[in-house]
Design a protein around this ligand. Structure first.
Ligand code: COA
Length: 375
């Protein structure tokens, strides 16, 4: 059975932080750290930290601002992480709450209700607890049936989730599936170091997939096929986990947050992504010239331009590979879905597009979509 995306939803945090505001807080944090460690720095046992600049961030990444779930904690140089009041077991967890908000919008756009859904996949880079699955909490809050589970393939979680949902629909194990990506990146970002502090932003996306035989002439994006690939690398890594408390030996605090060798990631991942997309199209007997839109993962503007050029064989025309990272920064698995959510309405029936994610693992996902229904 074929399936199509019939609705998407986006939860955007209330708080935005522009580069200048973030850089100002970082400068104060760096000055305080250097003062606190002055003796070690003078003795050569520690390296002084350098301040960040807005101009560098825009030049290196294209990022100008980001949204965060809570702002005062992130900007407080003595804290550099959000304030999230502890919630009781009877309250909806933070990730479930933002998942429900995004899912409700996706359902509304598709003219469906929670009870119409029989598979809920929460697919994201970081989950606030190992169990019970956040997806099962969301399933309960939406009044959905069937089954639910969490999955994590870092920045590629949403496309891997879409393949899992499409497979469940194809095999008849589900009729309507939600793939939700509640990314609270401010919880694992290292705001103390200038090479990382600007990279991420928070958001939550939801994608509703349904069997095409139940759609009649409704507007939707049919999933023609998917293609996933993984290749092990430690160049993007986060060692936070349940065994930390059992480990003998000292870990640097930075190891329990996001970290990367950005240059190497850039160099290694771009060709892998282009190769995967081109192989995917070739297998579908399609040429890149037939693809109207590339909804790419949003980590770095230079990466997206290079991948789009490698796939299309020319510079992308305005709007062909839409950019949302200037406003949202890297929202991990939510990024390519935000690009799709914001930039699909102008396509005509029959138009083809590729939703593509890439990130830690390495992991890459490509979803080939064709618009159906009203133009
Ligand atoms: N402000 C000012 N200078 C900074 C800075 C900042 N915020 N952050 C780093 N610098 C400095 C570095 O210290 C370095 O200085 P040096 O040459 O004196 O050593 C210089 O700028 C270059 O740093 P580098 O880390 O090599 O920058 P880059 O051009 O590779 O850009 C990224 C860094 C992260 C923007 C870029 O590598 C990238 O986007 N990679 C893609 C990976 C990615 O985002 N992955 C996420 C998951 S897909």
């Amino acid at each position: 059975m074929k399936c199509a995306i019939t609705g998407t939803g986006l939860w955007v945090p209330r708080y935005a932080i522009g580069n200048e505001e973030l850089v100002a807080s970082h400068r104060r944090a760096v000055a305080a750290w250097n003062e606190e460690h002055a003796a070690e720095i003078a003795a050569g046992r520690a390296e002084a930290r350098d301040p960040s600049t807005d101009a560098w961030i825009v030049r290196a990444s294209g990022i100008r601002s980001r949204y965060v779930i809570e702002k005062t904690g992130v900007l407080d140089p003595a804290r550099l992480r959000p304030h999230l009041p502890l919630r009781g077991e009877q309250e909806l967890s933070v990730q479930a709450e933002i998942s429900v908000a995004a899912a409700r919008e996706a359902l509304e756009r598709a003219g469906r209700e929670g009870r119409d859904v029989d598979a809920v996949l929460v697919a994201c880079s970081n989950l606030q607890r190992p169990y019970p699955a956040v997806a099962i909490e969301v399933q309960d809050a939406l009044g959905a049936g069937g089954f639910a589970y969490d999955l994590n393939v870092a920045c590629s979680s949403a496309t891997f989730g879409i393949q899992a949902a499409a497979d469940a629909i194809a095999s008849g194990r589900a009729r309507r599936a939600l793939v939700i990506s509640p990314e609270i990146t401010s919880g694992h970002n290292n705001f103390a170091l200038r090479e990382y502090h600007f990279i991420f932003g928070d958001a939550c996306t939801a994608v509703l997939l349904e069997r095409t035989d139940e759609l009649a002439g409704r507007e939707s994006f049919e999933v023609l096929s998917t293609r996933l690939a993984t290749r092990f690398s430690s160049n993007i890594r986060n060692d936070f986990g349940f065994l930390n408390r059992a480990e003998d030996g000292e870990r640097a605090p930075e190891e329990l947050l996001f970290r990367q060798n950005g240059r190497q990631v850039f160099r290694e991942v771009c060709p892998l992504v282009a190769e995967l997309i081109l192989g995917h199209l070739a297998d579908e007997k399609l040429s890149p010239a037939e693809v109207r839109r590339l909804w790419l993962h949003q980590a770095n503007l230079g990466m997206n331009e290079l991948i789009a050029r490698s796939v299309l064989g020319r510079d992308p025309k305005p709007g062909e590979a839409p950019v949302i990272l200037d406003e949202f920064a890297n929202t991990s698995s939510a990024g390519s879905v935000i690009a799709f959510h914001r930039h699909h309405a102008d396509l005509a029936p029959g138009d083809l597009g590729i939703l593509c994610s890439f990130g830690a693992g390495y992991s890459i996902g490509s979803v080939l979509l064709r618009k159906r229904g009203r133009g």
